[in-house]
Write a protein that binds this ligand. Structure first.
Ligand code: GUN
Length: 311
């Protein structure tokens, strides 16, 4: 039966603000002990989306009272030079968190670099040690976007234990760690990917569907069980009129924005599919807002962990 109730919008902006307020309070408490958590954000080259994200991360540090530093080497930087930079940041006492914005240029050895970051400063949770800790459910620095997904579910009082969570995408940044976090909350977890047969069969079985594949509007209404929770991790920029029409024809607000900016952002979930859901995270204003909030929380956590302070 199709539900006639309108779906609940899971407001990422509001939840992120609540987390940031909590982080700012913790920063104040640490300041009273003479401690100022610090983040170094490394942005290589000039990928426009990465520039926007990193600037926003650095600005949020400023807003919340953390120390921050943006290091922006040119995209000609070598792996060895990047390694030297990481070693230097590892050794600095005023830096608690090191963030290397991905993707890096193809000639840079990303895996080697992520392994060079001290696990206790790895606020992205990308170091193999932290991935292992996450897998074995030991408190660690968890990747920010998956941690944000859990915060949205928890703070919206949505049940996770016993629910069937289906994840589209098996990336190291989102899909795999999200699966682990949901599993530790006692969800039954299925990970789907580009080779999965009969994808809609799996997605229709989901109580919680997490879409993290980077394909605009991929999840269509037929793929969603009515009443399911949709977590849309995609941030895809649409610039072609035909694509715009496929997603937002007749949406006056979006049409105005598209005309003014020449582009519009759409998630991995088709807007029509949200109408079938019980609850969903919008794009923009959903999961994306949590990524930065959780980075701030992880930086404060790293500052405490490194000094042996209670969490
Ligand atoms: N690129 C896309 N998402 C992320 C993230 O969460 N952290 C870093 N460092 N790079 C990213």
């Amino acid at each position: 039966m199709i539900s006639t109730l309108s779906p609940t919008v899971l407001d990422g902006t509001r939840i992120a603000e609540a987390i940031k307020t909590e982080v700012a309070m913790q920063v104040q408490q640490l300041a009273a002990q003479g401690i100022r958590p610090g983040l170094a954000a490394v942005l290589v080259g000039s990928v426009p989306a990465s520039q926007i994200y990193v600037r926003s991360k650095v600005q949020t540090c400023k807003d919340l009272g953390l120390y921050s530093e943006m290091i922006a080497p040119p995209d000609t930087i070598t792996t060895e030079e990047m390694l030297a930079l990481v070693v230097q940041l590892n050794g600095r006492d005023d830096i608690d968190g090191i963030l290397i914005q991905l993707p890096l240029p193809a000639h840079v050895d990303t895996k080697r670099l992520l392994e060079a970051v001290l696990p206790e400063k790895d606020v992205d949770g990308f170091h193999p040690i932290n991935m292992g800790r996450l897998q074995s459910n030991q408190p660690a620095l968890a990747p920010c976007t998956p941690a944000g997904i859990l915060e949205i579910l928890k703070r919206s009082h949505l049940p996770v234990a016993g629910q069937h969570a289906v994840i589209l995408g098996r990336s190291d940044i989102v899909g795999k760690p999200a699966a682990m976090l949901l599993l530790h909350e006692n969800a039954t977890v299925t990970i789907c990917h580009s080779k999965t047969r009969d994808l809609a069969h799996h997605t229709r079985a989901a109580d919680i569907l997490v879409a993290a594949i980077g394909r605009p509007g991929f999840v269509t209404p037929e793929m969603v069980r009515p009443g399911a929770i949709l977590i849309d991790v995609g941030i895809n920029r649409i610039t072609e009129q035909k694509d715009f029409d496929r997603f937002f024809a007749g949406n006056v607000k979006r049409e105005t924005a598209f005309r003014e900016k020449g582009s519009v952002i759409v998630g991995d979930v088709h807007p029509k599919a949200f109408e079938v859901a019980g609850a969903y995270t919008p794009v923009p204003g959903g999961v994306g807002k949590l990524t930065i909030a959780m980075l701030m929380a992880n930086t404060v956590r790293a500052a405490r962990l490194r000094r042996g302070l209670p969490l």
